[in-house]
Structure formats: structure tokens, C-alpha cells
Design a protein around this ligand. Structure first.
Ligand code: PMV
Length: 368
């Protein structure tokens, strides 16, 4: 009996949308109603690490997420596995004396183990990092020759936003025109070294699971919100062009204006949906007010806020100095309390806190 195991491991960070994706024109293939633009986080924070193993002794495909077995029967996993298997190549490992022909992959089973480097309970989108990492690791193990752009069209079928995590830096997901989704892919606008003094702070406002999944929410908005139609056709196309320009020229004031406006419009679409969807809570709205006041009191806008399908705030500062001042302000306004987790989960480089004179606040800590 042959007995061997081949493995591959990779890590992928999550991404934060600056121009939001909200609405599918094709639910099965996950084709969006508009382009979106995001920034990929540093893999040290909010990333998924996935190991995929193949062995003739495996009887079925199985997956463990953070150590707990999960079902792979859902359409999204099945689509990703099928599309990768279709593109698998020959693999040879001389040391182990293993030769896998590309047609063998249809018969071989996989074991997949994925870990997030942040608490899954923290209510932070993990599907983007998870599916990007799954597709990338499978492609590595199975010798898939496709470029990251083509792989992004597969990751997209796991979770729409996952396609943007196939690249670092600033990324655009072009909605595409083709019915089969082959041109609905991610493209890198700028690498992670372009504009690398930006600081992104994720403030966990609530660690509860969201009540309305993005799939259910998007379906409701597509079916009932007139604002979604207007946004997708009229607002987003020009906003995307302006955001591309702001990124290219490192124009922070424009990035702030566009990011905040787009987050607010996305949440307005949610309110315009019947029945309405509320992702932000009172703390989220207090953070918006705080940032709006802050930005208006200065000559030019200083920080951006954006909220996805949940109450947690993502704040973007132009540099470490402003990030430190912002953290001081947030901690003053929202002292760590048992029912207010905001200050307990500020992600990022601890040295920013030190520079801001906050190192003695023991309640402020990085997520593990
Ligand atoms: O890819 P999904 O189904 O998790 O949807 C993501 C939707 C938003 O996070 C709200 C916006 C975005 O572009 O990431």
C-alpha cells in the first residue's frame, strides 16, 4: 500500500474595502453589481494560515477551521475545489518517490486545516482571508499555473471580497461583463510599499456575530433598494476613478472624503432595504461623530473611517503620529469597560501606542 503525504502551507491577510462591494448580479458565481477597491492588511494582523495535505490514505475531503471540523458540502467550498482540481498539474516529489499525474487529482482526497490569527468571535470578516488563502494554498499544492488574477476569479466564488486578498497593497475588483465571470477578477492598483506610511486601526466595537449575513443583506438590497441601483450605476463608477487617482498620487484628503462617503452610502443602502438592515450601533455612530468633528477642526481631513457589515470601526490615519493621537482620543472617549470592548482590541504596532504615551494602559493590547 502506498503511504505518503504531500503538504503546502500559505498565509493570506484580510482586506478592507474603501469603495464597497454590495450587491450580486449573479449569486451562484458571485458577480457584483459594481467595482470595488480595497486595501490589504499586513499579514501579521488579521490573516488566515492554511495547510492542505493530500494522501492516498485520505478517504474524503475534510476541513478544520481553528481546530474544529467544518462541512465542505456547501456550494462555495465545492466551487473552489472543483475549479482548482480542473486546473491541477503534474506534481513530483523525488524524495518521497511520489508522482501525481494531473488526472489523479480527481480521485485523491484533501485534508485542509486553516487558522485565523485573530479571534473568530471578534466579528471581523474572516471569509476574505480564508477563501483567498484556501485557493492559493490549493493552487500551490496542486501545481496550478494560473496567475493570481485568474486565481482571484476562483477565490471570488468562495466569498466575493476574497478575490481582493489575492494581492497586497491597493486592489480593485473589476465587476466584469462576461456571463461566466472570467473577467470578474482582482487587479493590483499599487503594491504594499506604495504609500506605506498609512496606518490602519481596527477597533472592535462588538464581538457578537452579525445578525444579517452579507449574502442575505445583499439579496435584500438588490431586490428592494432603489438607492442600490442608483449607487451602482451612477455613484460608484466615478468614485472608483477618483479613488484610483487618490491612491496613485497619495492624496490623503481625497482618500478620506471618498472612503467615508462610500461607507456612509453603503449603510444608507442597508437602511433603504426592506426590511432595513442595521449593521452599525450607537458606538459606531459615536465614532463617526468623533472623527467628523476631528476632521472639521483641522485644515485638511486627518483620518478616515469605514464600516463593513458589522459595527466595528476601521480607521485610517495618514501616519503614525496621527494614529497615536487618534488612539489617545479614542481611549479617552471610550475607556475600556466590560460592556465596551473598543479599547481592548486595537490592532496594530504597539510602538504607536508607546509613542503616544499609552504603553502603561494595560487594557490596550494587540489581538494574539
Ligand atoms: O464578500 P462578502 O460576502 O463577505 O461581502 C463583503 C461585503 C462588505 O464587506 C460589506 C464590503 C466589501 O467590499 O468588502
Amino acid at each position: 500500500v502506498q503511504s505518503w503525504v504531500l503538504m503546502a502551507t500559505a498565509r493570506a491577510p484580510t482586506n478592507i474595502a474603501l469603495i464597497k462591494y454590495w450587491g450580486k448580479r449573479d449569486e451562484a458565481l458571485i458577480l457584483p453589481t459594481n467595482d470595488s477597491i480595497s486595501v490589504t492588511l499586513d499579514p501579521d494582523h488579521l490573516s488566515a494560515t492554511t495547510t492542505v495535505a493530500v494522501s492516498p490514505s485520505f478517504k474524503q475531503d475534510r476541513m478544520w477551521l481553528n481546530g474544529k471540523e467544518i462541512s465542505l458540502s456547501g456550494g462555495r467550498y465545492q466551487n473552489c475545489l472543483r475549479e482548482i482540481r480542473k486546473r491541477a498539474g503534474d506534481v513530483e516529489d523525488e524524495k518521497k518517490g511520489v508522482r501525481i499525474k494531473k488526472e489523479d487529482w480527481e480521485k485523491l482526497h484533501l485534508h485542509i486545516a486553516s487558522y485565523n490569527n485573530f479571534p473568530t468571535a471578534a466579528g471581523l470578516a474572516s471569509s476574505a482571508a480564508g477563501f483567498a488563502c484556501l485557493v492559493f494554498t490549493l493552487a500551490k499544492l496542486m501545481n496550478v499555473k494560473e496567475e493570481n488574477g485568474d486565481l482571484s476569479a476562483i477565490a471570488r466564488q468562495g466569498s466575493g471580497s476574497a478575490c481582493r486578498s489575492m494581492y497586497g497593497g491597493f486592489v480593485k475588483w473589476t465587476m466584469g461583463n462576461d456571463a461566466d465571470g472570467s473577467d470578474s477578477i482582482a487587479v493590483q492598483l499599487a503594491s504594499n510599499t506604495h504609500w506605506d506610511d498609512l496606518v490602519i486601526i481596527v477597533a472592535v466595537v462588538s464581538s457578537k456575530q452579525k445578525e444579517t449575513s452579507s449574502t442575505t443583506g445583499m439579496r435584500g438590497s438588490v431586490e428592494t433598494s432603489p438607492l442600490l441601483q442608483y449607487r451602482a450605476k451612477t455613484v460608484v463608477p466615478s468614485r472608483v476613478l477618483q479613488m484610483e487617482e487618490a491612491i496613485k498620487s497619495c492624496d490623503f484628503a481625497s482618500l478620506v472624503g471618498l472612503t467615508c462617503a462610500d461607507s456612509n452610502q453603503f449603510h444608507a443602502v442597508c437602511l433603504d432595504t426592506s426590511p432595513p438592515i442595521f449593521y452599525m450601533n450607537d458606538t459606531s455612530r459615536r465614532i463617526i461623530s468623533l472623527v467628523e468633528r476631528w476632521n472639521r477642526s483641522e485644515v485638511s481631513p486627518q483620518v478616515a473611517y469605514t464600516f463593513d457589515a458589522g459595527p466595528n470601526a476601521v480607521l485610517i490615519a495618514p501616519n503614525r503620529k496621527v494614529a497615536g493621537l487618534l488612539l489617545q482620543r479614542l481611549l479617552f472617549q471610550f475607556p475600556p469597560l466590560p460592556d465596551n470592548e473598543l479599547a481592548s482590541y486595537i490592532l496594530g504596532d504597539k510602538s504607536i501606542l508607546r509613542e503616544a504615551g499609552l504603553q502603561s494602559m494595560k487594557d490596550v493590547e494587540d489581538l494574539p
